[in-house]
Design a protein around this ligand. Structure first.
Ligand SMILES: [Zn+2]
Length: 183
């Protein structure tokens, strides 16, 4: 800081005052030590590669106990694939599994970012919750193709935070989004 000499004690006092109040003087960029990093590999996600990155970023913007990062060599925790079926997720543990960005839902008009965030939500331990409500991310296709909301609601966010805070154990399970097959 290039301040006039006479101002320096004033600035020093101001900083001391802010510290005493417990206000952050400098925003810390250091990640929390207990953040679980989940690596993902979208290299086989074909045309969905970018939207998978965006879906991972949505979660990173909403939760603090877990963070998605692209895998940089070695086995990824999550492998994202593309095929012509319905989107689905195979969860093999908390933060581990496979996701398929199925083109059938996309062809029926479902939003690709919502699909990506929803499937990654399964990887984070959220089950389907077919409320038909667009504000629920885990309502999935039940909210209809006009729903473009890719963001988890506060309850979904809290559940993910709790899952990772507690390190819950998940049984292997496949979630499929084919609502027609479930009728
Ligand atoms: Zn689902």
């Amino acid at each position: 800081m290039n301040l006039p000499r006479t101002l320096r004690p004033v600035v020093g006092l101001l900083i001391a005052f802010l510290l005493a109040l417990g206000l952050p003087v400098v925003a810390s960029a250091a990640p929390e030590a207990n953040v679980r990093v989940v690596t993902y590999d979208a290299s086989q996600a074909a045309e969905f590669r970018d939207v998978v990155d965006a879906g991972a970023q949505i979660w990173n913007d909403h939760v603090q106990n877990v963070r998605f990062e692209p895998a940089t060599g070695g086995a990824a925790d999550v492998v994202v694939l593309a095929d012509n079926g319905w989107p689905r997720a195979e969860v093999i543990g908390l933060g581990k599994g496979r996701v398929w960005m199925g083109r059938q839902a996309v062809n029926e008009g479902h939003d690709t970012l919502r699909i990506a965030a929803h499937e990654l939500g399964h990887i984070l331990g959220l089950p389907d919750n077919r409320t038909g409500l667009c504000e629920d991310l885990m309502s999935g296709a039940s909210a209809g193709p006009s729903c473009k909301n890719p963001n988890p609601n506060p309850v979904e966010i809290a559940e993910v935070e709790r899952n990772f805070a507690q390190g819950v154990i998940l049984e292997r399970r496949v979630y499929t989004e084919d609502v027609l097959a479930l009728r």
